[in-house]
Design a binder for this molecule. Structure first.
Ligand code: GLA
Length: 395
C-alpha cells in the first residue's frame, strides 16, 4: 500500500513555469503571477452563513494565475488542469452566461465590473495545486488568485480595504455565477491569512483576528486527509442545510441564528425535529469555536482534540453532512493516537483533519491507508497543513 502525500510544489518554480507557458501560448508576456491558497477550517463549520465564527488556516497548496490585459473585449481563460480553454466577451460573463470551472474566473471579472472596476479584455492562465473536489477550497483559491491579478491589471494596490472588496466580488462570483450558495469563509482566509496563524473570522461584521497557530512547537502536526470521495457545494445538500438554518432563524424571529441568546429556549421553540437538530449544531459549534480559541491560547491541545471530536459528532449526527469515509478517517486517527479529528469544510465528502503527535504521524497515516484499502475505497491523499500566507504576488 502506498501513501499518497500531495505536495504543494515550490511557488517560485510553479510561477516561472506558468509565466513561460503563458508567453508561449498567448504570444505576450503576462503581467505577473498571483497565488491564492486553499484552506482547512480548524473549527466553526457551517457558521459563516449563520453570521457566526470560524477559524480557518491557509494551506501551502495554492492556485496560481498569470494574466495580461488585451486591447479588445475578449476574455480567454486556460487552466492547466482542464482540456478545453474557455473564451467569451466582457459583456457576457454574468449569471447564466458561463458554466463549469470557467464560471469561477469569469464570475470574478463580472463581479468586479459590477463594483465599478474598469477592466479590459484579458488573457488568463491558471495552475491549481489545490486538489479539486476535496473540500479544501479550490474554488476560492481560483477566484482569489484571479481577483488579486485583476488588482494589478487595474493598477490598484491590494491593501486590506481592497481585499475586503475582493472577498465580496469572489463571493458574488461563487454564489451568483457558479451557483454555489457558500458563506465567505474560504475567500476571506484565502485573502487575509498569515503564516503560522489561524484566522478568527466573525461573519456578523466581517472582522478578523490573527490567532497564533503552531502545533509543531508542541511536537504535533495537523494532518489533512483527502478522502477522495465526492464533494460538491452546488448539488443541493449544502443549500438545504443553509435553508434549514434560515428557516430556524425565521421561526425564532431573528435575522440569523447568531442573534439567539438562549439556545435551550430557542431549541424547545422549534417544532420541526430536523430543523431543531440543524440549529443545535450551529449553537453548539459556536461555543466550540470560542473554546478552541482559548485552548489554543493555553496550548491545551488535548482539550482542543476533544473539541474537534465533539465538532465531528455534531456534524455527523445533528447536521448530517459526514460520510462513511470521513467517519472512518476520524475514528481510525483517534484509535491510533490522534488527540482529535474532524471533517473540515462543507461536508458530503472531501477532507478531514487530525491533530497528531509527530511520533504517531506515520502510524496514523498507515492505519488510515489500511482501513481504506480494507473497505475497498480509493487510497486517500495526505497533505501537510503548514499554516501559510494569504494571496500574494509570486512573480
Ligand atoms: C464551504 C463553504 C464555506 C463554509 C463551509 C462550511 O467551504 O464554501 O462558505 O460554509 O463550507 O463551514
Amino acid at each position: 500500500m502506498s501513501l499518497d502525500q500531495v505536495s504543494p510544489g515550490r511557488p517560485a518554480a510553479i510561477a516561472d513555469a506558468l509565466s513561460e507557458r503563458f508567453a508561449r501560448e498567448y504570444g505576450v508576456p503576462s503581467l505577473g503571477v498571483f497565488r491564492a491558497p486553499g484552506r482547512v477550517n480548524l473549527i466553526g463549520e457551517h457558521l459563516d452563513y449563520n453570521d457566526g465564527l470560524c477559524l480557518p488556516i491557509a494551506l501551502p497548496h495554492a492556485t496560481y494565475a498569470a494574466l495580461a490585459a488585451r486591447d479588445d473585449d475578449e476574455v480567454r481563460v486556460t487552466s492547466l488542469q482542464q482540456d478545453q480553454p474557455w473564451s467569451g466577451q466582457l459583456e457576457a460573463l454574468g449569471p447564466g452566461d458561463v458554466d463549469g470551472w470557467a464560471a469561477y474566473v469569469a464570475g470574478v471579472v463580472w463581479a468586479l465590473r459590477q463594483l465599478g472596476w474598469d477592466l479590459p479584455g484579458l488573457d488568463i492562465m491558471v495552475d491549481s495545486r489545490v486538489p479539486v473536489g476535496s473540500g479544501l477550497s479550490s474554488s476560492a483559491a481560483l477566484e482569489c488568485s484571479v481577483a488579486l491579478g485583476l488588482c494589478a491589471v487595474a493598477g490598484t494596490d491590494a491593501d486590506d480595504e481592497v481585499r475586503r472588496a475582493l472577498v465580496t466580488a469572489c463571493m458574488r462570483a461563487e454564489t451568483e455565477v457558479a451557483g454555489a450558495p457558500t458563506g465567505g469563509m474560504d475567500q476571506t482566509v484565502s485573502l487575509f491569512a498569515q503564516p503560522q496563524h489561524a484566522l478568527l473570522l466573525d461573519c456578523r461584521d466581517g472582522s478578523t483576528r490573527q490567532v497564533p497557530w503552531d502545533p509543531s512547537a508542541a511536537e504535533l502536526e495537523l494532518l489533512v486527509v483527502d478522502t477522495r470521495s465526492s464533494h460538491t457545494l452546488s448539488d443541493g445538500g449544502y443549500e438545504s442545510r443553509r435553508r434549514d438554518c434560515e428557516s430556524a432563524a425565521d421561526s425564532l424571529g431573528v435575522a440569523s441564528l447568531r442573534e439567539v441568546d438562549d439556545a435551550d429556549a430557542a431549541l424547545s421553540a422549534l417544532p420541526d425535529e430536523r430543523v431543531r437538530r440543524r440549529a443545535r449544531h450551529v449553537f453548539s459549534e459556536m461555543g466550540r469555536v470560542r473554546e478552541s480559541v482559548d485552548q489554543i491560547g493555553d496550548a491545551d491541545f488535548a482539550g482542543l482534540g476533544r473539541t474537534f471530536c465533539a465538532s465531528h459528532a455534531s456534524m455527523r449526527d445533528d447536521f448530517e453532512i459526514s460520510t462513511p469515509e470521513l467517519d472512518a478517517v476520524v475514528d481510525t486517527a483517534v484509535e491510533h493516537g490522534a488527540l482529535g479529528a474532524r471533517m473540515t469544510g462543507g461536508g458530503f465528502g472531501g477532507s478531514a483533519i487530525a491533530l497528531v503527535p509527530r511520533a504517531q504521524g506515520e502510524a496514523v497515516r498507515a492505519a488510515i491507508g489500511a482501513e481504506f484499502d480494507r473497505r475497498g475505497w480509493p487510497s486517500p491523499g495526505f497533505l501537510s497543513a503548514e499554516p501559510s500566507a494569504g494571496a500574494n504576488r509570486t512573480a
